[in-house]
Design a protein around this ligand. Sequence first.
Ligand code: ADP
Length: 216
Amino acid sequence: MFRIIAANATLAIVHLIIILRSLKPKLTDMINLVLFGPPGAGKGTQSEKLISKYGFVHISTGDLFRWHTKNDTALGQQVKQIMNSGALVPDEITIAMLKEELDKNPEAKGFLFDGFPRTVPQAEALDSFMKENGTAIHFVVALDVTEEEVRNRIAKRRSIENRVDDEEEKLNKRITEYFSKTIHVLPYYREQGRLNTVHGIGDINEIFNNICALLN
Ligand code: ADP
């Protein structure tokens, strides 16, 4: 009799542990992250490392727009001039492209947004898309980098990559866009307690570890 009770109790405990484990959030299956920062802050570099560690689906609106312009799609033709000038693409176009990209990845276990949102309406749209799918933006990581550092980095990149919008005048426009429009996204997330700032100057791996420490 005692053995039967003990066996049943053990079984019940094992079941309880299994249920509790399944309730515990696993990083890779529910985190959506926004990586935020000025041009040249290192969003692309850190995104690559985060993706290979956590398996996020990467959504970089800059890469998507570059893909469209390179492949001369209708959208590419529409945004080419704007991008090459260093200005932001209008919200309506950007949000529609983002929504399409989200819809292509219904099985995604977590998204990493890189270069989106860049305006408050974009941040609001992203929140509502996440909500529609029963999820949310869990973390916003802002890479804190000075304007001087950004300019030095892009000057270096200019000699290697030859991006049209890295030219001096266009870069000035991108930096102005960041400080006049994109910066206002920070208080939006700060007020909701979702903003984390990581010092973005120094060793790449150290910056990466600091981001991982936040996520863990
Ligand atoms: P950066 O190095 O400036 O962070 P990106 O590669 O992210 O550049 O973006 C390149 C260009 O693509 C931007 O200057 C802008 O024209 C356009 N773009 C990218 N993401 C957005 C966005 N979320 N909203 C509006 N325009 C965008």
